[in-house]
Design a protein around this ligand. Structure first.
Ligand code: T4K
Length: 401
C-alpha cells in the first residue's frame, strides 16, 4: 500500500474562520473557503506509479481490447470482492445496459426512483419501461413490499440499488424474484468494497454493476464493471462489450463497444493500491461529521457497523424539526464554497423523460419524495480532513441556530 500524505494542509491554511452568524456569507461575510470543496473530488493514488504504467503501455503498444492491464485489474477486483468474474467496461452506465441485455430483460423492470438517473436511463435507452417502486425512508433502498405492488404480467426483472454503499434488501428481493420468476440484478455503483450480511457485494442476484467514475470511492477516470458468479453470463457480457467478436472476423453475438482502455486500467491499478488510505480518510471524516453534527436538528445516514463499507457518501438529512430548510442550507453552503449536493433530488420520476411518461408516478412514491427533499451530501475523501469537517459543520450549526 502506498503511504501517500493526505493533501489537506493547503486548504486548512486558507480557512476563513467564522465566530458568529454575521460572519456567514449570507449575512455579508467572506467565504469560508477560497476554493470550492466538491462532493466527488477524485481520490487519486501515486502519480509516479501511474507514470510507470504509462511507460509500460507505450512499450507494449497495446491500448485497448482486453489488454494485460485490464485483465490484471479484473482479476484483482474479482479477488477483492471474492467473486468469480469481473467484466470491466468503459463506464457504469454501459455496464448496466450490457447486463440488462445479457439478462434479456424486456417489458417492465422495477427499480427505485431514488437513484442516479443512469439506472433508469439504462432501461429506457433499451425500450424497457422503468417502473419506480418506493423506498424505505431509513435505508433509502427499495422497499420490498412496494416492489411487490408494482409487479404486472409484463415485469421481467428487478434492479436493486445499493445506495450510498448500503446494501438493498438482497434476501427479500431475491425471494420476490424467485416467487414471480423475475431476474434480479443490482446497481452497485456506490458499493465498491461493501458487504451484505458479511459477504462482499458482487455475489448477489444474477450480477452486480459497479461504477468507477472519477467521483467514486474507486475510480479509473471513467469505468465500470459487472461482477458475477455465473460463467455463462460473464462470457456473454465479454462478447457483448466487444461487438460480439469471438476471434478475428468471427462475430457470434450482437454487441456494442463497452471496452475499458489500458490507461483507465492503469489508473485503477494505482488506485487499488491506495484504497486503504481513501477508506481511512472517508471513515475518519464520517466519524468527525457524526460528532460535529450530533447536537443539531439534522440526521446523518447511519451505516451498519457490522458490514464493510466505503463511507464515500456523507448523507445528512434535514427534517421538519430543523428551523431552516434543506435548500436554504445548500444555498448558504454553496456561497461559502462548500458545493454540497442534493443527491438524488427530485427523483428519476420527476426528470425527463419520465416526468412526462409517468406524470402520476409520485402518488406511489411518498417516501422517495420525502427523502429526496431532505438529503444533503457533504464533501469527503482524501482532500478533506477533520478541521475542514469542523468548519463545514460549524456553518451548518450557525444556520440551524
Ligand atoms: N448508478 C448509480 C447509482 C450512480 O450513482 C451512477 C453514477 C451510475 C449508475 C452510472 O455510473 P457511470 O456511468 O457514471 O460510471 C456524478 C457522477 O458523474 C456519476 O458517475 C455518479 N453516479 C453520480 C452520483 O455523481 P454529477 O452529475 O452529480 O456530478 P459530476 O460528474 O459533475 O461531478 C461532481 C463534482 O465532482 C463536480 O461538481 C466536480 C467534482 N469533480 C468531478 C470530476 C468528474 C472533480 O473535482 N473532478 C472530476 O474529474 O454525477
Amino acid at each position: 500500500m502506498t503511504n501517500t500524505k493526505l493533501p489537506c494542509s493547503d486548504l486548512v491554511d486558507k480557512i476563513q474562520l467564522k465566530k458568529s452568524q454575521s460572519d456567514l456569507v449570507i449575512n455579508g461575510g467572506t467565504p469560508a473557503f477560497q476554493q470550492p470543496l466538491h462532493v466527488g473530488c477524485p481520490n487519486m493514488g501515486d502519480k509516479a506509479a501511474f507514470m510507470r504504467y504509462v511507460d509500460q503501455i507505450f512499450e507494449n503498444r497495446w491500448l485497448s481490447n482486453n489488454g494485460p492491464l485490464v485483465q490484471e485489474l479484473e482479476q484483482r477486483i474479482a479477488n477483492y470482492h471474492q467473486v468469480k468474474h469481473c467484466v470491466a467496461m468503459c463506464n457504469g452506465t454501459i455496464a448496466l445496459e450490457i447486463a440488462i441485455r445479457a439478462l434479456e430483460l424486456t417489458g417492465e423492470v422495477i427499480l427505485p426512483s431514488y437513484t442516479f438517473i443512469a439506472t433508469a436511463h439504462a432501461l429506457h435507452w433499451q425500450e424497457i419501461t422503468p417502473v419506480f417502486a418506493d423506498i424505505d425512508p431509513v435505508t433509502h433502498c427499495l422497499d420490498t413490499e412496494a416492489v411487490r405492488k408494482m409487479i404486472t404480467p409484463k415485469t421481467t426483472g428487478i434492479i436493486g440499488v445499493h445506495l450510498w454503499g448500503h446494501a438493498a434488501p438482497v434476501n427479500d428481493l431475491q425471494a420476490v424474484a424467485d416467487e414471480y420468476g423475475l431476474q434480479l440484478l443490482f446497481d452497485a455503483a456506490h458499493a465498491f468494497g461493501c458487504s451484505y450480511q458479511g459477504q462482499m457485494i458482487g455475489n448477489f442476484g444474477h450480477c452486480e454493476v459497479l461504477s468507477f467514475h472519477a467521483t467514486k470511492f474507486f475510480n479509473t477516470f471513467e469505468g465500470g464493471a459487472v461482477l458475477t458468479n455465473d460463467d455463462e453470463l460473464a462470457e456473454k457480457m465479454r462478447l457483448m462489450r466487444n461487438f460480439g467478436f469471438a476471434g478475428m472476423d468471427n462475430v457470434i453475438h450482437p454487441g456494442t463497444n463497452g471496452k475499458m482502455t489500458e490507461i483507465c486500467a492503469a489508473m485503477g491499478l494505482v488506485n487499488l493500491d491506495n484504497l486503504g488510505i481513501v477508506l481511512e480518510a472517508n471513515r475518519r471524516n464520517y466519524l468527525a461529521y457524526q460528532q460535529e453534527l450530533a447536537d443539531l436538528p439534522v440526521r446523518l445516514f447511519a451505516f451498519d457497523e457490522r458490514e464493510r463499507k466505503n463511507y464515500q457518501y456523507v448523507v445528512m438529512e434535514v427534517g421538519e424539526e430543523c428551523p431552516v430548510s434543506r435548500d436554504e442550507i445548500v444555498k448558504a453552503l454553496h456561497v461559502e464554497n462548500v458545493l454540497a449536493r442534493r443527491y438524488f433530488w427530485p427523483g428519476c420520476h420527476n426528470m425527463k423523460p419520465f416526468k412526462e411518461l409517468f406524470p402520476h408516478a409520485g402518488l406511489l412514491l411518498q417516501n422517495t419524495q420525502l427523502v429526496a427533499d431532505r438529503v444533503i451530501v457533504l464533501p469527503t475523501g482524501i482532500d478533506i480532513n477533520c478541521q475542514l469537517v469542523a468548519t463545514i459543520s460549524n456553518i451548518v450549526r450557525m444556520l440551524c441556530n
